[in-house]
Design a protein around this ligand. Structure first.
Ligand SMILES: [Zn+2]
Length: 238
């Protein structure tokens, strides 16, 4: 049984409220409709909650606008004619069914996906998985030289680094283990974006939080990081 969720309007905004045994109020905006979810301590009054929502109106609207601008992932079928990206360059997807083995090959401005399966036996998820493996290989090749350079700029070393299919984060850093995770989707964006994320994660080895100290370090290590961040945070056109 799930916890009871109450729908109501707070500060003029429709909200789904869930009471929990927690200390603080938590606010989330969730896709696909940009629904506002509020988790609140059992004893918080509606007035307190309305004040909390009112204080975060700008943030809620910003999150909702971002969600509205993001196409649903199911829109992609990974079939011929669709557009995919490698290092910021758009490529036309060409899918060939019933070939000897599963292979991805770049041919100029085209990306050829040859699949062992017939079209009826192949799913969008399987085609996406094959493409993601290819992105993973591309990224594995691109990371080592960028990481070596970033380490000398930042003055910290990653003990290990890995690639993961992360959809909501570009990278993470385990500062105890000096371990860095990078999203394989970074291979879709221009190379300076990958370099920026690597520098960002290494900078966490100096400063855990995204505070003024962190930003001043980033200004030193990667002076145009704000432009690179903007680029990587802008969804690619289909
Ligand atoms: Zn960070």
């Amino acid at each position: 049984m799930g916890k009871p969720v109450i729908s109501l309007a707070l500060a003029g905004i429709p909200v789904e409220l869930e009471r929990k045994s927690i200390k603080n109020i938590y606010l989330r905006v969730v896709p696909p409709a940009g629904t506002v979810r509020l988790s609140a301590p059992k004893r918080a009054t509606l007035e307190e909650l309305a004040r909390f929502v009112a204080k975060h109106t700008a943030w809620i609207e910003e999150r909702q606008a971002k969600i509205a601008a993001t196409p649903p992932p199911s829109a992609r079928r990974f079939l011929s004619g669709e557009r995919v990206y490698l290092w910021g360059v758009p490529l036309e997807l060409v899918v060939k069914f019933g070939r000897g083995c599963n292979v991805v090959l770049r041919d100029g401005s085209r990306l050829i996906l040859s699949l062992k399966a017939q079209e009826t036996e192949s799913s969008p998820a399987a085609r996406e998985a094959l493409l993601n493996e290819w992105y993973r290989r591309e990224l594995s090749r691109a990371v080592p030289p960028l990481l070596a350079r970033a380490e000398s700029i930042v003055g910290k070393r990653a003990a290990e680094w890995h690639i993961k299919n992360m959809k909501t984060k570009w990278g993470t850093c385990n500062i105890c283990a000096h371990r860095i995770w990078l999203s394989l989707h970074l291979a879709k964006y221009p190379l300076p974006c990958l370099e920026y994320i690597i520098i960002h994660e290494l900078t966490h080895l100096w400063e855990r939080y995204h505070n003024a100290h962190f930003k001043s370090l980033m200004d030193r290590f990667c002076p145009d990081w704000r432009e690179r961040k903007k680029l990587v945070d802008t969804p690619l056109e289909d």
